[in-house]
Design a protein around this ligand. Structure first.
Ligand SMILES: *[C@@H]1O[C@H](CO)[C@@H](O)[C@H](O)[C@H]1NC(C)=O
Ligand SMILES: *[C@@H]1O[C@H](CO)[C@@H](O)[C@H](O)[C@H]1NC(C)=O
Ligand SMILES: *[C@@H]1O[C@H](CO)[C@@H](O)[C@H](O)[C@H]1NC(C)=O
Ligand SMILES: *[C@@H]1O[C@H](CO)[C@@H](O)[C@H](O)[C@H]1NC(C)=O
Ligand SMILES: [Cu+2]
Length: 671
């Protein structure tokens, strides 16, 4: 496959040449040199070693500033870049500080002590330090010895502790440990019965108990590394490549991507991960780009486990607010995570001491030749003629993978020439399991809160909720949210034999209360429309939400984790745009009490009609583990679609210029 390899290389080189840009964008994430400057400025004010950077991110300019900057000519944009300001959230002297740094002024322009409940995101550094503490802790070494194990084969992990009504909530983490001997699948071999609590501000163990012993599950059958697995191997799969002789069909200028009829900006945040901004689609008829999405990102991921016993009840994670979904990014692997025709982008975040850390290949961008049909029709009714018109679909995907401990989340933003944006979520990785005494379901007479997956191995039931922040600006900021319910109507005059039909009953949400939606049995179309713009036939132009993985939380509303995750109580919420309402679980989520969530803000019941509004959408999965999920889980996919609805005057891909057939170069496969 020599020839093929050659033009893949050309593709990759071409891609990288586009990665650096002289056209900075006000929504660009902090660069490596900006991180260094922020570090220097903040360190000057706080030279103490006990000062830690928990979060550093762009404090993005106001929307009006961005929109007026966008209206400038490209030359004027360079000269008039809005001031680069950044938010630093720090821990210092047992307080959480919110510091605003202005780079033009080379100084701190605001400092606030956070007075609310909860703590900022955990740094990787402090999690690592905390996880190491037990290994030299006498009582723990004794516990390991008692279990007949060797402490040199033990690794530990840190777990957020949540909030369960405590009045005092010191900043702390729980530690769980695993046995690695004979496997890389450490999550499969937990040391059950031991619990330890670390005070993070003091970085010491403040509680340790060893209550019971259960043998660690065996290593056999837990391995997932190809190099360690034993024959037989299979199924055998055939390879395929996508030759793109002319390189990718998209352009990446810094963080701005343009492709086919789309243009958008790809940002990165240590907490949110990918942020897509200013997505606009070219309208062939109007001969201009039209605004669709001002800003979209995953605001929070809530993962509550369903085992209420002592060692597990607290496991109710907020993967964004506690762990940092961006900080947990994995470097994407060419040819497997992303196809041969992908272009990669790196990302940076600040470590606990403020230094920039690079995540190599944090994003990949590629054209997906899905072999799906964009549209088609065969007409045989016309005499002496058969008409067949088919267009094959191609889309552009921005992919990102976040590995939060045991789980891997594959996040796709897919842009389609038809104007749709499809948001994909894939769950894979390794289950969190509990060690038990059982080897067969026949032996089980109690609730084990999970599925027996293998000898002594219980996959605990849990959920994954992902809450998306979607600031849609359909042809401008002032939008409305419209519910169109489909209602069954009984026919009253009996002029035909039909007894019923369904009709569309539309309702525009006036305030936030009208826009809290739980998907149920009743079908409804949910639209964000621009009530000030209509199509020629008079329909309001809009985009609609097509849900796919719909679930509702099953915990009671007054259970502590659910109070903290009240934003999952509805699948859809709409709020008026407010720059400071970004994080559905609140600004400081670790040990939060649920008093700063989307659920609380929405109680103000603000007006949302013909206003700049934000749509919040929660998708989810109830995960009842099955044996196929062990020892590593085949990807479980979900997602949703934002689809133009009376946005265009007609099919926007009617006149699409389809890709020409590309013939495979003459080469013989060696495999
Ligand atoms: C524990 O593991 C270490 C390193 O693998 C080894 O040197 C040591 O002999 C082991 N101890 C026991 C008691 O097996
Ligand atoms: C490690 O695993 C091997 C077999 O995989 C076993 O023979 C050995 O005793 C184990 N060592 C410890 C310290 O658990
Ligand atoms: C914006 O949101 C914050 C947090 O909910 C709130 O304190 C503030 O009053 C809001 N601003 C406006 C103008 O509503
Ligand atoms: C590829 O192979 C075909 C059939 O063997 C041959 O006719 C053609 O000339 C070859 N093309 C190139 C570029 O080598
Ligand atoms: Cu799961």
């Amino acid at each position: 496959m020599k020839l093929f390899t050659l033009f893949v290389l050309i593709t990759i080189l071409w891609g990288c040449a586009q990665c650096s840009s002289n056209n900075p964008h006000p929504l660009d994430p902090p660069t490596r040199s900006e991180f260094k400057l922020i570090q220097t400025i903040v360190r000057r004010a706080y030279p103490s070693h006990s000062f830690t950077f928990q979060y550093v991110g762009l404090d993005e300019p106001d929307k009006t500033t961005i929109l007026s900057w966008l209206s400038l000519t490209p030359q004027a944009r360079i000269k008039n870049l809005p001031p680069r300001q950044f938010l630093v959230i720090a821990r210092y002297q047992k307080q959480s500080l919110e510091i605003i740094v202005d780079l033009a002024a080379k100084s701190i322009i605001g400092t606030k002590v956070y007075e609310g409940h909860g703590y900022p995101m955990l740094t990787l550094d402090e999690q690592y330090l905390a996880s190491e503490l037990l290994l030299s802790y006498g009582a723990f070494k004794e516990s390991v010895r008692k279990r007949g194990l060797n402490v040199s084969e033990v690794v530990c992990s840190t777990f957020s502790v949540g909030w369960f009504g405590e009045v005092k909530t010191p900043r702390s983490l729980k530690i769980k440990c695993y046995y690695t001997n004979g496997t890389a699948n450490l999550y499969a071999r937990p040391l059950e019965g031991i619990s330890a609590v670390v005070d993070l501000d003091e970085m010491r163990i403040v509680d340790y108990t060893d209550r019971f012993i259960v043998a660690v599950p065996k290593a056999e059958g837990t391995e997932y590394r190809a190099s360690k697995l034993k024959p037989p191997f299979g199924p055998k799969l055939n390879g395929i490549g996508v030759p793109q002789h002319a390189g990718p069909g998209f352009n990446v200028d810094g963080h701005t991507v343009s492709w086919a009829n789309w243009a958008f900006h790809v940002g990165f945040d240590i907490r949110a991960g990918p942020i897509i901004s200013l997505a606009s689609v070219y309208d062939l008829e109007k001969q201009k780009y039209r605004q669709v999405l001002y800003r979209g990102f995953i605001s929070e991921l809530f993962v509550p486990y369903q085992d209420p016993t002592e060692d597990w009840y607290y496991q109710t994670y907020f993967d964004s607010g506690e762990y940092g979904f961006g900080q947990s990014a994995s470097s994407l692997q060419p040819f497997t995570d992303c196809p041969a025709n992908a272009v990669f982008l790196d990302a940076y975040y600040a470590s606990a001491d403020g230094s920039p850390v690079k995540i190599h290949n944090a994003f990949c961008i590629f054209e997906r030749h899905s072999v799906d049909i964009m549209w088609r029709h065969t007409e045989i009714a016309i005499p002496n003629e058969v008409i067949t018109e088919v267009r094959s679909d191609v889309s552009l995907v921005v992919r990102f993978v976040s590995t939060v401990g045991n789980y891997d989340y594959v996040i796709d933003w897919e842009f389609k020439p038809s104007g749709s944006i499809k948001l994909g979520v894939g769950l894979t990785g390794i289950l969190e399991v509990k060690a038990g005494k059982y080897t067969n379901t026949d032996q089980i007479k109690e609730d084990i809160y999970g599925t027996l997956l293998a000898d002594n191995t219980i996959g605990i039931y849990h959920d994954h909720f992902l809450t998306y922040y979607l600031d849609l600006d359909i042809d401008g900021e002032d939008n409305s949210f419209v519910k169109t319910n489909l209602e069954t109507v009984r026919v009253k005059d009996h002029t035909t034999p039909r007894k019923s039909y369904w009709a569309v009953v539309s309702e525009t949400a006036k305030t936030e209360a009208d826009a809290r939606i739980k998907f149920g049995v009743k079908p409804a179309d949910l639209l964000v429309v621009n009530p000030n713009r209509k199509t020629k036939p008079g329909n309001k132009i809009g985009y609609r939400l097509i849900p796919n993985s719909v679930v509702h939380p099953l915990l009671v509303n007054d259970d502590y984790p659910q109070v903290r995750a009240a934003f999952t109580n509805y699948n859809v919420w709409v709020t008026p745009y407010n720059k400071s309402e970004k994080w559905a679980a609140g600004s400081c989520v670790d040990r939060s009490r649920g008093d700063d969530t989307l659920g609380v803000w929405s109680l103000r019941d603000r007006e949302i009609e013909n206003k700049d509004i934000v749509l919040w959408y929660t998708l989810g999965f109830h995960h009842v583990p099955s044996q196929e999920d062990f020892p590593v889980m085949p990807t479980l996919s979900g997602g949703f679609e934002l689809r133009p609805t009376n946005f265009f005057e007609n099919n926007p891909v009617l006149k699409v210029k389809s890709p020409k057939p590309v013939h495979w170069p003459n080469c013989t496969s060696q495999s």
